[in-house]
Ligand binder design. Structure first.
Ligand SMILES: C[S@@+](CC[C@H](N)C(=O)[O-])C[C@H]1O[C@@H](n2cnc3c(N)ncnc32)[C@H](O)[C@@H]1O
Length: 406
């Protein structure tokens, strides 16, 4: 007979799973610190175990009901049951643990930047289809959880989800996936892959500004527009854009606050996307160079430069690591890489250039700490703050300010 254990969850790990120590470490999904649960071990690899909850005997004092009917199955919002103040505490502690363990420094998180909106914040969702069932993949699998709505996306997106579901039900189509993007200016984009009548789909969604089917734009327009801190930005199909419609402006404001008290001549904005940070900091810097590898994004960045009337910004299409060695005499560098963080060549060049300040915007605190550990040879880490771009999930956006040691 399988062993059933009765345990009390001690804390959450860095992926939002409960941890308990009982003859080794056991990770238990869907639990919170203080939960008393009956569990069944499902995996055991050299004393590192995973378990499922069979019964909750007692719930944590930080527990709250989930507002999403799919959250247990879908797993995307893996800390949705944690009260929001406690989510922020968890994120702060997680970053401070990483600072201590990886940086071996006694730095506390300075600011925890958050907006009042912990739901309906996302401006983008990608849904997958299995026959005519549309939904999200369960964590680490291709098993579909059919949904009618998602608690994290804007209500505008939820309405489009229902309309697309209806269209699929009533038409002879085979759709593989659908991405919906919206902006606070109420401009929408639908990106579809599959076998369907392009014209019929377009006519059904005439109110949607941009429709892209199998990489072909079938509408007059090909980009949607967003406004952040009084600047406007075009966003195309493959361009990255920050997903939180409420906290993105707070994140960018933090970047501005970190640099605005000094006079800089030349700034590098590495991994610049659609040029958002480049254009926002161009008000405070004489010349900005933005580098980005995604063609759609750099095309948007160049358009955004025109749209906002800036002539002190230059955008370069290419990989950061292929261009960075051409730069020297830069006094400010801003980096905002993907989760993988900075590669060695880029870090070596940051040390070679030796700008007086580096602002590092990161969506993975573990790779941030790894990179700061390499940069701290020549840089003092002045502050690390976090911005809650991803409420109800374990993901964390951090911003670090580094100053060249004298
Ligand atoms: C986290 S996003 C940041 C974008 C932008 N700073 C913003 O706030 O919207 C990272 C960007 O890096 C780009 N990217 C990924 N690898 C790159 C590389 N090796 N060189 C240049 N850009 C890269 C991605 O296409 C994406 O646009």
């Amino acid at each position: 007979m399988e062993e059933i254990l009765n345990v009390k969850i001690e804390k959450l790990d860095h992926f939002g799973r409960g941890i308990v120590r009982d003859r080794g470490i056991i990770f238990v999904e869907n639990t919170l610190p203080g939960d008393v649960v009956d569990i069944k071990i499902t995996k055991d690899k050299k004393g590192i175990k995973e378990a499922d909850v069979l019964r909750y005997q007692e719930r944590s004092k930080f527990y709250r009901e989930s507002i999403c009917p799919y959250s247990l199955e879908c797993g995307g919002c893996n800390i949705i049951n944690l009260t929001y103040p406690e989510q922020l505490q968890y994120k702060r502690k997680k970053v401070e643990e990483l600072i201590e363990r990886m940086l071996k420094e006694n730095i506390k998180v300075k600011d925890v930047i958050t907006s009042d909106e912990e739901f309906n914040y996302r401006n983008k969702i990608t849904l997958h289809l299995d026959n005519k069932h549309m939904g999200l993949y369960q964590k680490k699998s291709n098993d579909l959880v059919e949904i009618d709505r998602c608690a994290l996306v804007s209500e505008r997106i939820n309405k489009i989800i229902l309309r697309i579901k209806e269209y699929i039900k009533n038409n002879d189509v085979i759709i593989y996936d659908v991405t919906i993007k919206t902006t606070t200016l109420e401009e929408d984009m639908i990106i579809v892959h599959g076998r369907l009548d392009y014209e019929k789909f377009r006519k059904e969604f005439t109110d949607v500004k941009v429709i892209i089917i199998n990489d072909q734009v079938v509408t007059k327009d090909q980009y949607i527009k967003e406004r952040i801190l009084d600047e406007e930005f075009y966003i195309s199909n493959h361009s990255f854009f920050q997903v939180n419609r409420y906290t993105t402006k707070l994140l960018y404001q933090k970047v501005i606050d970190l640099i605005k008290d000094e006079k800089y001549e030349k700034c590098l904005d590495l991994y610049c996307g659609t040029g958002t940070i480049s254009l926002l900091v161009s008000n405070y810097v004489q010349k900005v160079y933005g580098i980005e590898e995604e063609k759609d994004a750099i095309t948007d960045a160049k358009r955004n430069k025109e749209l906002n009337g800036r002539d002190n910004v230059e955008f370069i299409w290419g990989k950061t690591e292929d261009y960075i060695d051409k730069f020297s005499d830069i006094d400010l560098i801003i980096v905002d890489p993907p989760r993988a963080g900075l590669d060695k060549k880029t870090k070596d060049n940051l040390l070679r250039i030796g700008s007086s300040r580096i602002v590092y915007v990161s969506c993975d605190p573990a790779t941030l700490m790894r990179d700061l550990n390499d940069l701290k040879r020549d840089y003092k880490i002045c502050e690390i703050s976090i911005c809650d771009m991803f409420p109800n999930t374990y993901h964390i956006e951090s911003i670090a300010l580094l100053e060249k040691k004298r």
